[in-house]
Design a protein around this ligand. Structure first.
Ligand code: OAD
Length: 258
């Protein structure tokens, strides 16, 4: 995308946002890439050296829970060292403008949106910080310290698993319904740093686009075009850590963020 094309796309995106009463954002791994968190589909089906099926599926867990915990402890340790980037902070700035009418739906489990200051966040794929007990079902925030490869529930001594949605598992009903509600009620859906190939998360895009009587405007922010691009009214192609602050700057300039 040339500088002129980007400039005109930014104006168009700012124009949609200025008119929006309700804004919903869908983020994926790309928004955290500039913080140093690896994305998922960058290399050949391996995820930090592991087959995805071995570390992110119920079958992998039953085969080798210790390996799964080693993998998640490594991801927790990585995330403990990283910080939100200017893209995350720009989204927090936007939430300050729209307040309760701004919902951020994220597929990321790294907690960086919350760290940047967003509050109305739906972590539809769970959180690296949380564990779930396989006996009493309690969900606890355990921070990001290593938990060993066979952690036990502090209440009932049951086995703990990461509170992450793995391949083939259903999303939490209440969180997913809240995400659907936000996408179906928004005037603008901002889709940031996701390949939009994982469902049901990606279905929020057509949900917003099928809003009646007026479809939502979809703005895509990504390095490249994706499966979301055909739905997008405007595409901003470049790193989200640069593009989102530019978008916020335009909104501030127009008075929409004051
Ligand atoms: P992917 O790895 O599939 O896609 C990352 C997207 O981010 C790609 O489209 C990149 O082009 C884009 N990208 C990379 N760097 C960027 C940057 N600096 N600025 C903007 N965009 C950038 O990650 P997701 O779409 O998040 O699920 O993957 C969705 C789900 O698949 C994940 O939540 C995870 C995985 O399986 C679970 O763990 C349940």
């Amino acid at each position: 995308m040339s500088a002129t094309e980007l400039d005109s796309a930014l104006s168009q995106a700012a124009h949609y946002l200025q008119a929006a009463q309700r804004v919903c954002v869908l983020t994926g791994a790309g928004v955290s890439a500039e913080s140093g968190v690896p994305t998922f589909r960058a290399s050949d089906g391996l995820w930090e050296g592991h087959r995805i099926d071995d570390v992110a599926s119920p079958e992998g867990w039953y085969r080798n829970p210790a390996l799964v915990w080693q993998f998640y402890n490594a991801r927790r340790a990585n995330v403990a060292q990283v910080k939100p980037n200017p893209g995350h902070y720009a989204l927090a700035e936007m939430e300050r403008r729209w307040g309760q009418n701004f919902t951020l739906v994220t597929q990321n489990v790294d907690g960086l949106h919350l760290a940047a200051g967003n509050r109305n966040v739906l972590e539809i794929h769970g959180s690296l910080r949380q564990t779930r007990c396989l006996s009493c079902a309690a969900v606890d925030d355990r921070g990001l310290k290593p938990l060993g490869d066979a952690p036990r529930c502090p209440r009932c001594q049951g086995r703990l698993r990461p509170h992450i949605v793995w391949f083939g598992e259903a999303l939490d009903d209440a969180i997913w319904w809240a995400a659907l509600e936000a996408a179906s009620a928004c005037d603008v859906l901002l889709v940031v740093g996701t390949s939009a190939v994982v469902y049901p998360a990606a279905s929020l895009i057509p949900v917003a686009k099928r809003r009646r009587p007026t479809p939502a405007q979809v703005i895509e922010v990504n390095l490249t075009t994706t499966d979301a691009s055909d739905w997008a009214d405007v595409g901003l192609y470049g790193p989200s850590g640069i593009i989102l602050p530019q978008l916020v700057q335009r909104l501030e300039y127009s008075g929409a963020l004051s």
